[in-house]
Design a protein around this ligand. Structure first.
Ligand code: HEM
Length: 137
């Protein structure tokens, strides 16, 4: 008996987990997937190629309704933080030349965990700094 996707039934309340980890490491779409190469999303020094890894927001009927808000908010927050602050490992924290000493949290989503030093990029008064941070949120 052949079974197509259309014939497939799932038990009521079944949970389907998408393997976004594997999708984000598909070497066809992302050559050298384990390397931190943000320039893979750039077309020129100041332009992005417009690609958003949409699989992070789910699929089909259950796709995230907040995806455009989320994407735009994260973009605004991250570019503003990077413009205002310098982020670096705290003194004495050795992440290794390729980041091999980085400890990652475990769970459905993961993030690197290390002591971080955050300093303003420019000489700013406390008031101006707060103003800039408020403008970015
Ligand atoms: C980076 C941020 C976000 C990520 C990664 C994300 C991811 C997702 C994913 C994967 C789903 C599908 C879950 C499933 O398959 O059942 C989902 C659903 C949903 N998301 Fe988001 N989301 C984000 C932000 C937001 C925001 C900001 C809002 C609201 C403003 C939002 C509202 C929703 C709602 C209401 C659903 C349920 C849609 C439905 O089942 O009809 N999400 N999200």
């Amino acid at each position: 008996m052949t079974t197509s996707m259309r014939d497939t039934t799932f038990p009521k309340g079944a949970t389907i987990l998408v393997n976004a980890w594997a999708m984000s490491r598909d070497p066809v779409n992302y050559p050298r997937p384990d390397e931190f190469l943000p320039e893979r999303f750039l077309t020129s020094e100041y332009g992005t190629n417009g690609e958003t890894p949409s699989f992070a927001f789910g699929f089909g009927r259950r796709v995230c309704v907040g995806r455009y808000v989320a994407d735009a908010s994260l973009w605004a927050a991250i570019v503003n933080m990077l413009a205002i602050f310098r982020f670096e490992p705290a003194p004495g924290c050795d992440l290794g030349p390729e980041g091999e000493n980085v400890v990652w949290t475990e769970g459905v989503t993961t993030h690197p965990k290390f002591p971080c030093k955050i300093t303003p990029r420019h000489e700013l008064t406390h008031e101006r700094l707060l103003q800039l941070v408020q403008m970015s949120t």
